[in-house]
Design a protein around this ligand. Structure first.
Ligand code: AMP
Ligand code: MN
Ligand code: MN
Ligand code: MN
Length: 274
């Protein structure tokens, strides 16, 4: 059984529609899929998505927050997508995204690139606007060659377009997820470039707030990283999650369901609900 509990549709910064995403997951042999759009439950709140036989959708969301001034993502799994507090929280985060987009555009303007807000808004198409939409804009106008370069030069950690202090607190987002019957999971822990000590402090704070899980396998990461995260999960008594964090079909990205399985020593996060 393949569980892929982290990926994105075009309702946030992914490229594929929800229908294309579930088909691709099914084609890749995934049995349980969570589409975890950024600060959005839209995919679970419209009745139109039909899922191929043999595939089960696990309602999920990826919420942006911060911890000690760092941008941290928390995935909520098996949530009730109609829970009022969670829905209101996601809506508030969407408003933060819109306000933040204005600030990012101002900063890019100061860096000599005008017209960013109009184009990024157009690219987001009424859905969760984020830095990847600005990255596409910067590529389109020829300011950089690739999205990756856009993050390196303008949008990544510590760069001018890295506006990230307006999100809900980690305590709030963990409570929204908990209140909606879900499991809060620290997303892609290796992305934050924390020392082992800092990562353990993050985990301690997260658990004190009610957080219960951590992504032990995220996309394509080294075996070393997986083993280190499995050790932390077991030591701290956290459920272990796994997901591709798939955004688009591209060679450099882990495809849906295409990642190593969780180490046997871990307690899979789905034991929390199945
Ligand atoms: P935001 O949601 O606006 O904070 O943007 C974060 C998103 O940008 C992540 O979910 C990734 O999809 C993408 N991202 C982050 N870092 C990079 C990077 N270095 N290169 C390309 N995309 C990135
Ligand atoms: Mn993303
Ligand atoms: Mn993320
Ligand atoms: Mn993600």
């Amino acid at each position: 059984m393949i569980y892929d509990l982290h990926c994105h549709s075009d309702l946030s910064d992914g490229e594929l529609s929800p229908a294309e995403l579930v088909q691709r997951a099914h084609d890749n042999g995934v049995s349980f899929l969570s589409i975890t759009d950024h600060d959005s439950l839209a995919v679970y709140r419209s009745p139109a998505l039909s899922v191929p036989a043999g595939l089960t959708l696990v309602p999920g969301i990826e919420l942006s927050t911060q911890w000690r001034g760092r941008g941290i993502h928390i995935v909520g799994l098996n949530v009730d997508p109609f829970n009022e507090t969670l829905v209101a929280g996601a809506l508030a985060q969407q408003q933060v995204r819109v306000q933040r987009a204005g600030k990012i555009a101002q900063r890019l303007e100061r860096a000599g690139h005008s017209g960013a807000l109009a184009r990024a808004t157009e690219l987001a198409n009424g859905n969760a606007i984020g830095r990847p939409h600005f990255a596409t804009f910067l590529v389109e106008i020829g300011a950089v060659k690739t999205s990756k370069a856009a993050f390196r030069k303008y949008l990544g950690t510590g760069k001018t377009g890295d506006v990230r202090r307006d999100w809900a607190t980690m305590d709030e987002v963990v409570n929204w997820i908990d209140g909606a019957g879900g499991v809060a999971v620290i997303a892609h822990p290796a992305h934050y470039k924390l020392t082992n000590t800092r990562l353990r402090e993050l985990v301690d704070d997260f658990q004190a707030m009610g957080g219960r899980g951590i992504e032990v396998v995220s996309g394509s990461q080294t075996l070393d990283t997986t083993q280190k995260l499995a050790k932390i999960a077991n030591e701290k008594g956290l459920f272990a999650s796994c997901g591709s964090d798939f955004h688009r079909p591209a060679a450099s990205w882990s495809d849906l369901g295409r990642f190593p399985s969780l180490p046997d020593t871990c307690t899979p996060v789905w034991h929390a609900w199945y």
